[in-house]
Structure formats: C-alpha cells, structure tokens
Write a protein that binds this ligand. Structure first.
Ligand SMILES: O=C[C@H](O)COP(=O)(O)O
Length: 318
C-alpha cells in the first residue's frame, strides 16, 4: 500500500460496547442525502478528466472468477501497470499512471507477482471468501499463506452471523485475530453489507472492525445480491469520520461490487470528498474494487480527448 511516512496505521482501540449499542441510523436521511448526491453534478465538466484519472489511481483492479488463469491475471496486471493507452496519457499530460492495486484469489498471487514484481500492491481475498464460513484456524492460516506468498493487502470477509445475532464481541475478536495474522500487510474488512439487513448493522459492524484495527472497511465481495450502494457508503464513511475524530486514526474506504461506470466512480469520489475531505481521495485511504470500471473510464477519457467513443471491445479488459 502506498503510504506517506507520516501515516499512522489504525490500531485496535478496544471494543467499546456501550458506544456500539447506542448507534442509530436514520435510513430516510441517508437515502435523501444519497439521492441529492446522485442528482447533483458536483464535478464540473472541465475537472471530470482529472477526477477520472484519480479514480483510476484508486482502483483495485480485480478478477475473482472460478475460471481465473495465470494468463488472465498476468494480463490484468499489465493493464494495472498501464491502465490507459499512451496517446490518451500524452493528451491528458499524465505519466506513470497505475491502478491502486490488483485484487485476486490466493492461487493467483504468484502470477501477479511475476508481472508486478513489487511495482504495485497485490491484494488477496481471504478467510474463505466470499462466505467466510470455514474454521477460524483455516482462515488464519489462509491469511498467513497469502502474506508469505507476497500479498501486501488482505481483504478478509467478516462472519455475517456475528452481526445478524448482535455478537459484537465475537466480531471484534475475529477481526483482531485477522489483523494480527496479517502482520505488516494491510487488512480490509469486507462487511458484505448486502447481507446485513439494516443500515444500523452496517454502522455497528464498521465501528467494531475499526475498533479491532482494520485498515480499511469495504462494502462487498461482489458476490452478494446487493453490493456497493451510495446510502451504505454514506453510513460507512460517516463512521470513518467519527472514528477519526475520536481516535485520530484514518481508516480507508473501499466500495466494491457493481461499480462499473465512470459516472458511478465520480459519485463515490464525491461522497469521499464531501464527507471526508481531499485527504481521503488518495489510494492509501480510498479504493474502488472493480473488474470492469476501467473499461468505461477509458472510453470516457477517449471521448474527452478525441470527441469520439470507440467500440468498448477496443478497451476490453483481460
Ligand atoms: O472487490 C471487487 C469485486 O469483487 C468486483 O466486483 P465487480 O466484478 O462487480 O466489479
């Protein structure tokens, strides 16, 4: 993960059950705010290209298919290292542009490493992704193996039943154990918000994972029925803001799953800017987990530069 040297990694602050239990979320207010953000053009047209370049820098370029092959992952990594055509980069005046990281299954760390060779972080999904329902021992070992194989970021999935039964102590202990198993690798806690039923559960799970030292909180695996949404994002980034006010630790945010258009990427950037400020618009604090978003951003940037859209297959990702 890219860090500035002054960056202070989140540490387990301890579980404050009294705080967690009093959390309330006003769903109507979250929905209203989400609708106003979605309908507003907060990014002026002339700044859009710069914002889309920023979005690219924050993508965790992802492939999480059962049919992934080393060849597909190698092509994905080459795309992550050079996400835009040279003529578009030249026209936009950008150099050395890359995505934030790549995100793969454990077995694909080695092919990713072969191409990236330390030039970009490799995030591995872990802990029996996507359901998270193997033994704790197996899940901890999985983290250790992925770190040993070269992953510098670990995307864990929480055990949803801990949230659904209100067992915050179990969730805290699990997250703490995952954080410890990661060592120096940064850990993103996937809440699988589409499975959590209420926004209040989303807020509480966000807090518990942050209190247990998670470096990022992430919405979804991409495999739930409902993945990243703006109302859920508002709840999560407000939890991040308040946690920062209380502890001084900056926790990152990663919407993931179904974010496939440049327009939606701009909406997430707007949420980050408006709720957390410009500091959170950098890859060490913001990532978008996405498999096909880059294709649409490249199309939009081509249109910005040339005035034309080309067929989307010209930008097809691996
Ligand atoms: O974490 C990333 C997601 O699994 C990617 O989801 P997506 O294929 O809907 O972009």
């Amino acid at each position: 993960m890219t860090h500035n040297s002054a960056f202070k990694r989140n540490e387990a602050a301890g579980l404050d059950l009294g705080w967690v239990n009093q959390i309330k979320v006003n769903r109507n207010a979250a929905d209203r705010r989400a609708a106003s953000l979605a309908n507003r053009r907060t990014v002026k047209k002339e700044y859009q290209a710069a914002w889309l370049v920023k979005a690219i820098q924050c993508i965790d370029l992802t492939t999480l298919g059962g049919d992934d092959t080393p060849g597909r992952v190698e092509r994905l990594c080459m795309k992550a290292l050079r996400p835009l055509r040279t003529d578009l980069m030249d026209a936009l005046g950008v150099q050395g542009l890359t995505t934030g990281a790549v995100c793969v299954y454990h077995e694909m760390i080695a092919p990713a490493l072969k191409v990236l060779n330390g030039r970009l972080p490799i995030a591995a999904v872990s802990t029996a992704f996507p359901a998270g329902l193997s033994s704790l021992e197996t899940k901890l070992r999985e983290i250790e193996l992925s770190v040993a194989a070269g992953a510098t970021e670990i995307d864990i999935v929480i055990t949803r039943q801990h949230v659904l039964t209100g067992n915050w102590t179990a969730l805290y202990d699990e997250m703490l154990a995952y954080r410890k198993a990661c060592g120096d690798a940064h850990v993103k806690a996937i809440l699988a918000t589409g499975d959590l039923v209420t926004l209040e559960n989303v807020a509480k799970a966000s807090w518990v994972c942050m209190m247990a030292g998670s470096d990022f909180i992430k919405t979804s695996t991409g495999k739930e029925g409902v993945n990243a949404t703006i109302p859920v994002s508002l709840v999560m980034v407000r939890a991040i803001r308040e946690y920062y006010e209380q502890t001084g630790f900056q926790v990152g945010y990663k919407p993931a799953g179904g974010v496939s258009t440049a327009k939606s990427a701009l909406q997430y950037l707007t949420v980050m800017k408006e709720e957390l400020g410009n500091e959170w618009l950098e890859p060490h604090l913001f990532r978008i987990g996405a498999s096909s978003l880059l294709t649409d951003i490249e199309r939009q940037l081509e249109h910005y530069v040339t005035g034309n859209y080309s067929a989307s297959h010209r930008h097809a990702q691996p």
